[in-house]
Each structure stands twice: as structure tokens, then as C-alpha cells.
Design a protein. Structure first.
Lengths: 378, 295
């Protein structure tokens, strides 16, 4: 038990260094940024092992610090004081950290406090004084059909995308796991949609899916249909097309996660199962899946939170409108239109939706943690 | 005679290597699937590139359209770079990317170094603060962030796009981990030689963490280049648009009906980032390689 736990941590560690940089460093911290953020530290860092475990989160591989050879040394240093600490004034570390701490306090933590405050006010989005309105925004929210529509779309998005995003990249990772000639080429190629911006790939998809696009042309060519399928002009099809786009762009990203996890499934288990006469499907279900289960949970959590944050896919595929009559809009879409529209928006109302969005993402993170706990043999 | 003697063992060796890849039909099936996935994942990009290269009088959709351009031309690129302010968009994106990369690298290195040093009061509290700041999805704070940016008079300003992202908690944590992995003997040797804190930081720790710095730099650049929602909120006037905003605007502009032009615009904005990825991809995979999968 103890050992399997340890293996899991070791397996996940390298992922963080891959995952975090790309996901969390965008200029404004937008797009994918917080996708991994709310839960990873929770999962590995704060929640599992108190203040000590942040070290578990820390990517300490040789890749990041080529000079690092000895793994045991940092451990020793952690426990005892190194000589340097004795020569340092107490305020010196804060001097080094001052700009970072200021930035993270002002732009990382304060905005959420302010969002909670704003949600109890009515505030013009173009600047001006707030007026305190108490819980009125939340009361209005409960009766707002557009809010429920956006919530339904976001939740539906999550329910459809999460299972697929947990399974499909795993299959892809199994496909590229074996080291055969040119496999590095395929891995890189499969990663390219991840690097491109969502606007670019969204436009590509519009060009493929519109009435005169390639997919409808091919379908017409086969005479299966006579009129084009309205992928982008029917709000349901638009929503499902956006889900397809999310999946398509995320495949390579989570493939990398699973490659790391697969490498930590002991080869002997596969061989033993093979000797026992288990076929490929059986081995997948009884050896591979249990072996990568912690990673599946992690991917599921990331994806669930990512799905609550869908904006650009719907924005680009619908040509800024959110679908016919805004029927395909998601929660972030509604936050933007309700909170920041210069003429009809109210930043207070938008902040109330923001708080609900945060609660939903937090809910997913806690749910995943529960699942992970229930999973561990005690 | 001698040729045969040479050829024999070589053939055997090759066959044994092939055997390591599995049974032939299995290997063939694997490549077939790989190619299928490749068409699925890269096909749209290729179609975009081909469309952008088609001539202005050529059908790009419908029965008469061909896969390869029948009248290849760079006309669409001339429109994008000449008649549309794409170069201005690229400049704006570059400004934001460079500001972000520089501020993130400098601050994450300074802060990550101190976070990695033991024995100072408040270290754990600072760490928890960083982790807590990562809990909030951007979408749930974008309204209040915008109100703040408005208060600072930075609305419709590139600095307003950059400011909230000038430092990210995660990069501090990554640099902290990289510095923790530096062998303590190096630091001790520096101290024996009488090097002060700054000297040790600059001459010992920073060079040792070059790999982590590269990873952070590349990923920060790509993240800033691809960012859409925040610039969409902050920027109003065309002259300040970033590449992603400009593209989105192009889709709904008078040029949007000509998909050659839209696809050319998309190509112009994605090719630099793809090149950056291809030339630096070993850094993308380095972590995985260290994890176990050797590429």
C-alpha cells in the first residue's frame, strides 16, 4: 500500500512541471491558466500532507535542474539549517519576494475578495460608485432563466466531455507508448493542436463545419444528405461541436499526462497477465486501468474544472453571439455579457455569477478529493 | 563470399530488432492507427494551410474545389499583411509576451530562490499564500479584475493586459523546486570562498536552473500569445488588439467572407508559435523523459 502510494506520487511529479508552465503562465492567467490550479495544489499539496507536502508538488526532476544528482540531499537540507540561513537578516527573504508577493496579493487573491464584495452591490461596469444591495443579485440570479440556461450548458458540457477526455487520451497514450521508429515524430505532431491558440483552431473548425465547409461537402458528396448539417447554426449542434473542439485540442495535452502514468505501471504485471492468458482488452481493463486510475482522476478533475471555464470555443464557433439567441452560451460567456456589457451590464450581477462559478469549480475539486480518498486502501 | 558473410549477420540483427517492436501485423496496425490519428489532429491545420494558398479566382468550397491549390498564390497573405493591420496585432502581442516573459522570469527566479532556502520565518505562510492564489479560476475574477484595471486607468492599454499576469504563483513554485534540487555542496563551497548571497544566487543557482528557466520562458510566451478572453475584455480599440483578438475580429469583418484571407491570418498567427514549439520541443518533453518515458 505504502509503496503504491509512493509510486503514484513519483509518477505524478514530472507531470506538474510539464503541466504547470503551459497552463498557468499565460499573460493574464487566463485561458487554461487556472484549469490545473485550483485542485492540483489542493490534491498534492495542501490537502494531502499539510504544509510539508508542497514538496511533493515540487517538480524536482533532473530536467529542471540539470545539476541535481542526489535526491537525498535536499531532504537533509530541508530538515537542518544550512549555514546560509544563519547569516541572513529576517527581512532579507521578504525583500527578494516583495514584488512577487505584491503581485500575487493584489492580482491573485484580492480580486476574488473584491468579487465577493461586488456581488453584494450594483456597480456600473464602466466605472462609478457601487451601491450596496445585499443579496438581491443572488435572488435575481435564482430567477434568471438565462443564468440557468448557461449553467445547464456548462454542466452538460462537463458531463459529456469529462468521460471522453478521461478515456480517449489514455487510448492515444497507449498507441504512442511503445518505442517504435518515428514515434517521437507522432508524439510531437499530436501535440501541435495544444500549442495553437483556441482562436486559430476555432476558426479552422468553423471553416470545416460551416454549411459550405469541407465536412458538409464530403457528406453531400456521398449523397447521404442533401442539405448541409447546421453544425454552427443550431444551438445544440453548436454546443456539441464546441465539445468536439475541446476534446480535439485536449487530446495531446492529456496524452502526455497518461504517458507518464503508463510508464509507472509495472511491466511485470502485464507479463504475468499475458502468461495467465489474458487478452489485450482484459489486460487493458485489469492491469492498465487500475494502474493509471489516480491519473484518470486527476485528468477528470482538470477537465471538469476546464469545462466550467469554457468560453473561447463557443465564442469563436458562434461568431461572438453564443449561438442563435445565445442558446449555447456558457457560464463565463454569461459572466462577460451580464457583468461587463457597457450598456446593460452590472459588474455586481456578473460578480454574483462569478462566485457561483467558483463554488462549482471548488465543488468539483472537493468531489475529486473525496473520490481519491475513498480509493486509497486504508 | 565476403559480401554474403557480411550480409548474413546483419540481416539477423535487423530481424531481431524488428521483433522487439512486436509482431509485424501488430506493428502495421499501430502505424495505421497513428496515421489515422495524425489525419484527424493535423488534417484541419493542413486544410487551413492549403485554403490560405488558393488563388482568388479558384473555388475553395463546393464541387469544383480541389484539395491542393490549383492556382497557388500568396494573394491572401498580401491582403492580411498589406490591407489588414496584422503586423500591428503581432507587434502588440509581442510587446505583451516579452513584458510577461521578462517579469515572470526575473521575479520567479528571485522569489523561487528565497522560497527554496530554509530557515526563515514565514516561509510556510508565504507558500500557502501562493497555493491559495491558484485556487480561483480566472473567469471568476475577471469582472473584478477589470474593475481594478479600470480604476488604474489601464483599460484599452497593453499594460492593462500585462499587469495581472506579471507574476504567476506557479512559476515561483517551479523555480523553487529547481533551486531545491541544486546540490548543497555547491552553496557551501560558495560560502567558503566568501561569496555573498547575491553572488551565490547569480553564479551558482541561476546557472544550475537554466533548464527550468527555459521551460518557464517558453510556456509563458506561448500562454501569453494564445491568450484571448482577458485581452478581449481589456482592449477596445483596433490599434491595441493582439493577434488572437485581431483574428476574431477578422472573422466578423468585411474580409470574413473570404476564407482564404481568414485562414491566411490564422496561419500568420500560428506559424511562429508552431516553429517555437518545434525548435524547443525537447524542453516540453524533458519532464516526461525524466519521469521515465524516454523519447
Amino acid at each position: 500500500m505504502e509503496r503504491s502510494h509512493g509510486r503514484r506520487k513519483r509518477g505524478l511529479r514530472p507531470v506538474f512541471e510539464l503541466v504547470f508552465p503551459a497552463s498557468l503562465t499565460s499573460a493574464s492567467g487566463a485561458e487554461r491558466s487556472a484549469e490545473g490550479a485550483p485542485n492540483v495544489p489542493d490534491e498534492r499539496g495542501v490537502l494531502e500532507g499539510g504544509t510539508k507536502s508542497p514538496l511533493a508538488l515540487a517538480p524536482e526532476s533532473a530536467a529542471l535542474a540539470p545539476a541535481a544528482r542526489g535526491r537525498a540531499r535536499p531532504q537533509a537540507r530541508r530538515d537542518g539549517l544550512s549555514g546560509a540561513a544563519l547569516h541572513r537578516q529576517w527581512w532579507v527573504p521578504y525583500l527578494w519576494l516583495a514584488p512577487s508577493l505584491a503581485g500575487i496579493g493584489v492580482f491573485g487573491i484580492y480580486p476574488f475578495v473584491k468579487a465577493v464584495y461586488l456581488s453584494f452591490t450594483s456597480t456600473p461596469p464602466l466605472g462609478g460608485d457601487s451601491t450596496w444591495v445585499g443579496i438581491e443579485n443572488y435572488v435575481l440570479l435564482a430567477k434568471d432563466p438565462e443564468f440557468w440556461l448557461a449553467t445547464r450548458n456548462s454542466v452538460l458540457y462537463t458531463l459529456v466531455v469529462v468521460p471522453l477526455m478521461v478515456v480517449l487520451p489514455l487510448l492515444l497514450a497507449i498507441l504512442v507508448e511503445k518505442r517504435i521508429p518515428f514515434i517521437g515524430f507522432f508524439r510531437s505532431i499530436f501535440y501541435t493542436p495544444v500549442v495553437a491558440s483556441m482562436v486559430v483552431v476555432g476558426l479552422m473548425w468553423v471553416w470545416l463545419l460551416q454549411d459550405q465547409g469541407l465536412i458538409n461537402s464530403i457528406l453531400r458528396g456521398t449523397h447521404l444528405i442533401h442539405r448541409g448539417i447546421p453544425f454552427l447554426s443550431n444551438s445544440w449542434l453548436l454546443l456539441f461541436s464546441a465539445m468536439g473542439l475541446t476534446l480535439w485540442k485536449g487530446l495531446g495535452w492529456y496524452m502526455v499526462f497518461y504517458l507518464v502514468a503508463l510508464a509507472n505501471v509495472p511491466r511485470e504485471l502485464h507479463e504475468a497477465a499475458q502468461i495467465d492468458g489474458a487478452g489485450a482488452v482484459r489486460r487493458f481493463l485489469n492491469v492498465t486501468v487500475p494502474g493509471v486510475k489516480p491519473m484518470m482522476l486527476l485528468v477528470g478533475t482538470f477537465t471538469a474544472i476546464g469545462c466550467m471555464r469554457i468560453f473561447t470555443e463557443v465564442y469563436v464557433l458562434s461568431g461572438t453571439t453564443g449561438g442563435p439567441g445565445g442558446q449555447a452560451e456558457t457560464l463565463p460567456f454569461y459572466i462577460r455579457s451580464a457583468g461587463l456589457d457597457p450598456s446593460s451590464g452590472d459588474a455586481g450581477y456578473g460578480s454574483a455569477i462569478s462566485v457561483v462559478l467558483f463554488a462549482l469549480t471548488l465543488g468539483f475539486a472537493i468531489l475529486a478529493r473525496r473520490l481519491a480518498r475513498g480509493d486509497e486502501p486504508s | 563470399m565476403s559480401v554474403q558473410a557480411l550480409a548474413g549477420p546483419r540481416r539477423v540483427r535487423r530481424r531481431s530488432r524488428l521483433r522487439a517492436y512486436g509482431r509485424p501485423w501488430e506493428l502495421a496496425l499501430r502505424y495505421l492507427l497513428l496515421l489515422a490519428v495524425m489525419v484527424l489532429l493535423v488534417g484541419p491545420l493542413a486544410w487551413q494551410a492549403l485554403t490560405s494558398l488558393k488563388g482568388p479566382h479558384e473555388d475553395i468550397s463546393g464541387i469544383n474545389a480541389t484539395i491542393l491549390p490549383s492556382e497557388p498564390s500568396l494573394h491572401a497573405y498580401q491582403v492580411v499583411l498589406g490591407q489588414l493591420p496584422m503586423l500591428g496585432y503581432i507587434r502588440n502581442s509581442l510587446v505583451i509576451c516579452l513584458l510577461t516573459v521578462v517579469s515572470q522570469l526575473v521575479l520567479a527566479t528571485l522569489g523561487g530562490y528565497m522560497l527554496s532556502r530554509p530557515g526563515w520565518r514565514g516561509r510556510n505562510a508565504v507558500f500557502l499564500l501562493l497555493v491559495a492564489s491558484m485556487m480561483f479560476p480566472f473567469e471568476s475574477v475577471m469582472v473584478s479584475l477589470y474593475i481594478m484595471i479600470l480604476g488604474l486607468n489601464l483599460s484599452d492599454n497593453l499594460l492593462g493586459v500585462w499587469l495581472p499576469g506579471f507574476i504567476g504563483a506557479i512559476n515561483l513554485l517551479i523555480m523553487r523546486a529547481a533551486f531545491m534540487a541544486v546540490p548543497i555542496e555547491l552553496e557551501e563551497a560558495g560560502m567558503l570562498d566568501g561569496a555573498g548571497e547575491w553572488r551565490r544566487f547569480w553564479s551558482i543557482f541561476v546557472p544550475a536552473a537554466r533548464g527550468a528557466l527555459t521551460v518557464i520562458g517558453i510556456n509563458t510566451f506561448i500562454g501569453a500569445w494564445d491568450d484571448f478572453l482577458w485581452p478581449l475584455i481589456v482592449l477596445r480599440s483596433d490599434a491595441n488588439f493582439t493577434v488572437t483578438l485581431g483574428l476574431s475580429r477578422l472573422q466578423n469583418s468585411a474580409f470574413g467572407f473570404d476564407w482564404r484571407v481568414v485562414m491566411a491570418g490564422a496561419m500568420v498567427s500560428v506559424v511562429p508559435i508552431l516553429l517555437l514549439f518545434l525548435f524547443t520541443q525537447r524542453y516540453f518533453y524533458r519532464g516526461v523523459a525524466a519521469g521515465a518515458v524516454k523519447l
